[in-house]
Design a protein around this ligand. Structure first.
Ligand code: KQY
Length: 366
């Protein structure tokens, strides 16, 4: 594996859309006691269901610690590849490589700097060194060269691209004090253009209320096709989310993508606000200096946090009356894929959802 110091855009590389064909998907086994109830015991069933659903149409690789290897191997179906790899937690979207391709069918990765969503300013745990090593280790595993973007803090969940020159991000996240405080908005935009191979960056103001990632875009908005996005929507004017979603809608409705197309914006309802219970909090470890979960705290639940696999869309369910409504909407938006809804409350408690725990590897168009 070569570590490249050039810029992907200059080399003809770009990040394909998630709805384009995949070679595979990377996940990481949950284990961390302050993120996951009972050291991952409650969440791992949901992780197995997600991996199983995705593995029906693409190769899934699950990274797992030495300690959890036997458990993961026993719980996962045989078609899921299990490899031992150290990590601090289980958010493949955020610190597995961002994969890029070129027109000749070459695959490369990008290694951003990961600082646990805000470093010592407002990060969610310390240390994060093992997470931060994963992009390079995974590029080695897949035998692809990797672009060194380690002077720039970014998580994969904070970007969405259409594969045709457009990237969507939120200001709340990318301009947060714990990421790249010495870079201006224009300089951040240049980094995104250089390392994702895009021409246009669309800045939403905010994401989902109470999202501890400083409001990653992958919880509020996603591309479903070129020129088409799906946006988390709130009908209750008294809910703080109402203004946040409306503001995104207003921005997107006035914007065009990199090819000059206006967006078709599909509204996806949010679940009824979901709050963590006292019982659930009892299953979490508390670590000094880290943010804690308090009983009654609202979690950043959103159906937008889905993964588009080759033949399915794997979306969260919360045991809420809106589950079925959201599923039907996604079925209409993805007529060629089966929509699989997985009970995901135990992933949500960790602070994210199905999109956050998965990272796609694009298929090469040779
Ligand atoms: O990408 C994400 N949504 C991850 C959030 C991590 C929270 C750690 N408890």
């Amino acid at each position: 594996m070569n570590i490249l110091k050039t810029k992907p855009k200059n080399d003809g590389f770009y990040m394909p859309a998630e709805f384009a064909p995949h070679e595979g998907c990377i996940m990481i086994w949950p284990e961390r006691g302050d993120s996951w109830q009972y050291g991952g015991f409650a969440a791992r069933e949901a992780f197995v269901e997600v991996a199983t659903a995705i593995s029906k149409s693409e190769q899934v690789t699950m990274c797992v610690s030495y300690e959890q290897y036997d458990t993961a191997r026993r719980m996962l179906p045989s078609q899921v590849r299990v490899v031992e790899m150290s990590s601090n937690d289980a958010w493949a979207r955020d610190y597995a490589p961002t994969f890029l391709v070129n027109q000749e069918g070459v695959l490369r990765g990008v290694d951003w700097y990961f600082n646990a969503w805000g470093g010592l300013v407002d990060g969610l745990y310390f240390p994060w060194d093992k997470d931060n090593q994963m992009a390079k280790k995974l590029c080695d595993l897949y035998n692809v060269d990797v672009y060194d973007a380690s002077d720039f803090v970014l998580e994969g969940g904070s970007i969405h691209v259409d594969g045709e020159g457009t990237c969507i991000v939120t200001e709340a996240c990318l301009l947060s004090a714990g990421r790249n405080p010495d870079l201006s908005k224009e300089e951040i935009e240049e980094k995104l253009k250089d390392y994702l191979g895009v021409e246009k960056v669309i800045w939403l103001k905010s994401g989902i209320y109470q999202d501890e990632t400083n409001e990653h875009v992958d919880n509020i908005c996603a591309f479903v096709a070129p020129g088409e996005v799906v946006l988390a929507w709130c009908e209750d004017e008294n809910d703080p989310q109402y203004e946040m979603s409306k503001n995104c809608y207003d921005i997107l409705s006035k914007e065009t993508d990199a090819k000059g197309r206006p967006f078709t914006i599909h509204k996806l309802p949010l679940p009824t606000p979901i709050k963590i219970t006292e019982e659930e909090c009892k299953g979490l470890l508390y670590m000094d200096g880290e943010p804690t979960r308090t009983p009654g705290e609202r979690l950043a639940a959103s159906y937008i946090n889905f993964y588009i696999a080759n033949k399915s869309v794997v979306m969260p369910g919360f045991g809420d009356k809106m589950d079925e409504v959201a599923k039907k909407k996604l079925e209409a938006l993805f007529p060629d894929r089966e929509v699989v809804q997985i009970p995901a409350r135990n992933i949500l408690i960790g602070g994210g959802n199905i999109h956050c725990i998965t990272q796609q590897i694009p298929k090469l168009h040779k």
